[in-house]
Design a protein around this ligand. Structure first.
Ligand code: NHR
Ligand code: GAR
Length: 215
């Protein structure tokens, strides 16, 4: 497969990584995953990558003096694969401004909430506690503002009577596995751009909350 070179960063299970692998293998994405990098050696996503024949690397943040030293090693590793796109898929380390600037316009994250609502952790329980009528997930370009970069695509699920955080998390995960590969597909097809005024898809400015995937 020719096309864009994608590097995926993970810390855990890698189910979003798997969803992207599946869409690459289905021929939907004009690119290939050049490498998967984890900050945790025990991340199950490394097994998924190896099973798919993808190169894996482990960079343990605890082996570095500070965040900048870790991020510099991470940048060198990513750049050794000549990445066009860097995808955070359950990657749990906050990245320095230096790192974020280096990949400006080609760094994605997926966050389990309808941003700008519920930045940070424990999003499912917080959505329930706040009495929200719906909850979901957002793919966004990463900027220096944590979980605050311009949105690319969102998908939502209704919160129903008797819902709990586990059930909600499972439904949101299913949505994540649809929207993350779609955003990667658009980027690799050259359809998605981060511009001064916001995110464009096929040259049209998207709303501030991104493209809304319909149920
Ligand atoms: N980095 C920047 N600069 N901007 C973003 O928007 C980022 C980012 C790095 C990761 C993912 C993010 C999320 O979607 C992400 C977005 C980890 C933490 C965190 O507090 C916060 C947000 C996100 C990921 N991490 C702790 C830290 O000290 C470590 C937690 C742990 O190891 O379990 O880095 O929610
Ligand atoms: C996903 O739900 C993702 O939205 C979330 O972690 C999970 C990773 O699952 N990301 C964050 O919370 C980032 N702080 P996965 O490893 O199975 O893809």
């Amino acid at each position: 497969m020719s096309g864009k070179r994608i590097v995926v960063l993970i810390s855990g299970s890698g189910s979003n990584l798997q969803a992207i692998i599946d869409r690459v293998n289905a021929g939907a994405i004009a690119g290939e995953i050049a490498a998967v990098i984890s900050n945790r050696a025990s991340a199950y996503g490394l097994t998924r990558a190896a099973d798919a024949g993808i190169e894996t690397r482990v960079l343990d943040h605890k082996a570095f003096a500070d965040r900048l030293a870790f991020d510099q090693a991470l940048m060198e590793t990513i750049d050794s694969y000549a990445a066009d796109l860097v995808v955070l898929a359950g990657f749990m380390r906050i990245l320095t401004p230096e790192f974020v600037r280096h990949y400006n316009g080609r760094l994605f994250n997926i966050h389990p909430s309808l941003l700008p609502k519920f930045k940070g952790l424990h999003t499912h329980q917080r959505a329930l506690d706040e009495g929200e009528r719906e909850h979901g997930c957002t793919v966004h370009f990463v900027t220096e503002e944590l979980d605050g970069g311009p949105a690319i695509i969102q998908a939502a699920t209704a919160i129903v009577a008797g819902d709990n955080a586990d059930a909600l998390q499972q439904r949101v995960h299913q949505l994540e596995h649809r929207i993350y590969p779609l955003a990667v597909e658009w980027f690799c097809a050259g359809r998605l751009q981060l511009e001064a005024q916001g995110v464009t898809l096929d040259g049209d400015l998207l709303p501030g909350s991104g493209y809304r995937l319909q149920e």
